[in-house]
Ligand binder design. Sequence first.
Ligand SMILES: [Zn+2]
Length: 271
Amino acid sequence: MLFTFFLVPLFLFFFGAAVGSFLNVIIYRSETGESWAKGRSHCESCKTLIAWYDNIPLLSFFILQGQCRKCKTPLSISHPVVEGLTGALFVWWYFAGFLFFKLTQQPFIVLQPLFWLVVGIILLMILVIDLKQMVIPDTAVALLFVVVILYRVWLVAFHVMKPEDLLLSLSSMAGAGLVFLALFLVTRGRGIGFGDVKLALPLGLLLGWPQVLVWIFSSFCLGGLVGAGLLALKKVKLKTAVPFGPFLVAGTLIALIWGDQLFGWYVTLIK
Ligand SMILES: [Zn+2]
């Protein structure tokens, strides 16, 4: 009990935070155009190399009280936020896995958890990068697409998924792409960006039918609610562009967890 419900999640949280620390490097270097693999981390202001004991995920930020040890320049809050979020993703993945990972035949006993963890990490990256840079990177969208289509085809090849269900997922992908393309054209790119249109393809394929409907609906509800809230708090003006990617990611989470129930509830409403 102690092992399953405390030690393993604790280890996974800090392991996830370490992965998050690495994701931060990728995010930061994609902003500055540095090579992803290049050299050790250094202070963004005084360029001093960061010692290993000042580079411990989450802990270092709090020990250093959020500033560089040498020049005292404040460190970006995105370090602890991304590390904490990735740690939380790993713990959530672990506990949700008890309920969701039902494929007990080889190779899916390994592939299924691995697939959802990779999808979670890519979606987290998209969320953070879109918030920070107002851009959804094509690399992440392409990677997500490849991972999802390979996994779906694999499921069909092993008779876990019916071919007609894959066709339904492909139709969901096309439908989602068309809906977002239409919205992009109607709003002339001011409501949603073209990056959102591209992201709609792998997400439509991932969610399939009818979850794709729940996803679109909840993304726009969330976007509308948060947008109205920001307007009311005078944090944004009516013309301010707000990145939509985070709502697409949050909507995906809702559709994955409650998609069936929400769709069932909606169907009983209109019957
Ligand atoms: Zn410094």
